[in-house]
Each structure stands twice: as C-alpha cells, then as structure tokens.
Design a protein around this ligand. Structure first.
Ligand SMILES: [Zn+2]
Length: 370
C-alpha cells in the first residue's frame, strides 16, 4: 500500500499535467488483483478511474469516491521533492500524501485485501477516483452524469483525510466576482472620469454590512461572506476604469444560493440608482453545495461502530460529496491523515496512519458486505 502511495505521488496529477498517469497507476494495481477497472479519459490528459468488485448482489453495496488531482507544489521550497514520494522516519512525503492519495492507497489496499481473502461479498464494491476536485469538479460531474447505471449503495465513502474522524457535514461554497466599470482619464483631471476603485468602495461597504438571512447550523456555524481578492488600476496617472473583487460565500446545508445572488444583485441595483455614474456587474465563478448526512441513520451508525468512533463531526473544507446527492445514499467523509497537512509544503502522512486507515476501511467492507 505504501508502494502504491509512492507511485501515485510520482504520477503527478496537478491541473497542468492532468490525471491520466495517476489513473493508470490505480488501474494497474486493481488489475493485478483481478479487479475489473476502467479509465474514462477526455481532453488529452484528464481521467477518471472506476473499479468494480461484483458480488452475490444480495445486499446494497458500498461506493468509494475519491479525487485523483492534487494542488501544485506552491512557491516555497520543499525539504524533499514534492513528486518523489520519499519515505523518511516512517512518513511518506509528497504532494497528495494526505490530500488524498494516501487515503486512496489505504482504501484500495483494503479493497484488494478483501478480494484476495476470497471473502464472499453480498454487495458490490464500486471505487471511483475522479478528476479536478481542487478546480472545476469536472471528473465527478462526468461520473455523476451516469449514476443511473449504479444501484443505490448502502452508503458512499469519501476518503478525504479526516484523521479517522467520521464527518457527516460540511459547508458549500459560492464564489462571486463583482466588477465596477468607470471611465479612464488622465488623473490630472479626475473629475472628467469615473473612478472604478471609488465605485468599488461603495460595494465593499455594502458587503461588510451584509448579513445572509439564514439560520446558523449547530455544528457548521453561520454562512460567511469574505472579500478575498481585489484588482484594479493600471498606472499611477490614470483614473481606473475597472475594478474587480472576489467574494467567497460559505453556505450551509439547505441554503439556496439564488437567494444570495438576488441579494447582491439588488444591492448593486440600489447603488446604480443612488450613486451617480455607478456601474457594476456580477458573475458566479464557482458554486459547490454543502452536504449533510443524518448522523443517526443506519449506515452512519454501522460505519461508526465498524471504525470504533462514537461521535460524528463537521469539517471546514468542501468536497465533491454534493454531486453524489442524486444517488440518495448517505455519505460519510472519512480517511487517514492529518487535515492540516492539506495543500502545505512538505505534505506527508505517517505510514502508521495509512495502515490504521486500511484496517478501518477493511472493517467497514466486512461489516457491510459479508
Ligand atoms: Zn481532497
């Protein structure tokens, strides 16, 4: 399993290289265990990989959904190369070690162990690893477009690194870009132009006062709004004709993003009516839903008892889980590795954590499928 993780780290799968190489590593591994596995490729180097272990079909199966892609290594230097998978003092270093190639290796390790044991499975195992979770969710959308060929599983497992905590809820994200337009003139006569940065100040003031009308969630807290990027202006002597901000809204389960969009559109319309020569546009850059599974449902209860965890939790980051909602199956997020290692320089996972993860995934497979 450690070898599989090291091969996966070497099969770089950032946005610029695509996921094909990592998909091939997984397909080769499954085929070695006689597990049927196919790669779905598009756009030259993008790829999903889907494996299926058939069963007697007497019970609903289990579906694992992972992401193959990783974020880039970042600007800061690494102690060990980011795409080598070097093992030092019982830890494997490399981009994706925790997010999420380590948990992938643990899940595949458990599946292959169960297959090799010859256990008679009563429900199918389907394993999917998809492209682009860190960017556009292209892979999971492609996979989810065809969910009708799957029979509804007992549950879906998303092996993100949770340090073996069972996660049943996370917030969603709704990214907005607001652009103000002005009129560029030489700044020795600013009164002849319209300053897009000054217009944006009004927008920022409004957004700072904006409270999203939605009740807080007991574990996830409030829906939050944060202005995280700003761009505007070309030169010290030109009145800027364009300014843009990026706004990150983190949404709660059950919340309707159309309502947020409507609020912001209304706010911009009011400024257009009130402020002379004010002009602004709004666009949605990205939208990913929140997720919530009933922690008291049979699947979550069975899962918790298999992995010996008493309490379920919520997390701060988002996953591809909302794309799987049409399946109608309960979803948990669970895997080995410290979540604070995600996207960091010197990302690593302890081999002991990988092994613990594999053992827990095996317990889950045996509990639900034998
Ligand atoms: Zn991840």
């Amino acid at each position: 399993m450690k070898d599989l993780l090291q091969q996966l780290i070497r099969a770089r799968s950032t946005l610029d290289t695509g996921e094909q190489a990592a998909a091939e590593v997984i397909a080769t591994h499954f085929q070695r265990y006689g597990v049927d596995c196919r790669i779905d490729s598009w756009d030259r180097n993008r790829a999903n990989v889907i494996a299926r272990v058939p069963s007697a079909g007497k019970r609903p199966g289990l579906l694992f959904v992972c992401h193959l892609d990783v974020v880039g290594p970042g600007e800061d230097p690494w102690t060990y190369p980011a795409f080598e998978g070097r093992e030092v003092n019982g830890k494997v270093y490399g981009r994706g070690a925790v997010d999420m190639k380590g948990p992938i290796a643990a899940a595949i390790g458990a599946i292959c162990e169960v297959v090799a044991s010859g256990a008679e499975l009563q429900g199918d195992i389907v394993f999917a690893a998809t492209a682009g979770e860190e960017t556009d969710s292209a892979g999971v959308q492609r996979f989810a477009a065809d969910l009708s060929r799957l029979t509804k599983p007992a549950g879906v497992i998303i092996p993100e690194p949770t340090d073996l905590a069972v996660i049943t809820a996370h917030r969603g994200l709704f990214w907005l870009e607001i652009t103000t337009r002005g009129r560029a003139v030489h700044s020795s006569m600013p009164q002849r132009g319209v300053n897009a940065i000054v217009s944006m100040r009004r927008v920022i003031e409004e957004l700072e006062r904006y409270e999203v009308d939605f009740p807080p969630h007991p574990e996830l807290g409030k829906c939050s709004v944060s202005i995280n990027t700003i761009r505007g202006g070309e030169a010290m002597n030109i009145v800027p004709d364009r300014c843009s901000i990026g706004v990150d809204v983190r949404t709660l389960p059950g919340q309707n993003t159309d309502a947020i969009r409507y609020d912001v559109e209304r706010m911009l319309a009011r400024l257009t009516a009130e402020v002379p020569r004010f002009e602004a546009t709004l666009s949605v850059v990205r939208c990913a839903g929140a997720m919530e599974t009933d922690p008291d449902c049979e699947f979550v209860q069975g899962f918790c008892s298999a992995v010996d965890v008493d309490l379920t939790n919520a997390i701060g980051f988002t996953t591809d889980a909302p794309h799987l909602a049409p399946l109608g199956a309960p979803i948990v997020i669970y895997g080995p590795g410290k979540p604070n290692q995600c996207h960091q320089v010197d990302e690593h996972i302890a081999v002991a954590d990988l092994e613990a993860g594999q053992a827990c995934f095996k317990e889950v497979l045996l509990r639900f499928l034998t």
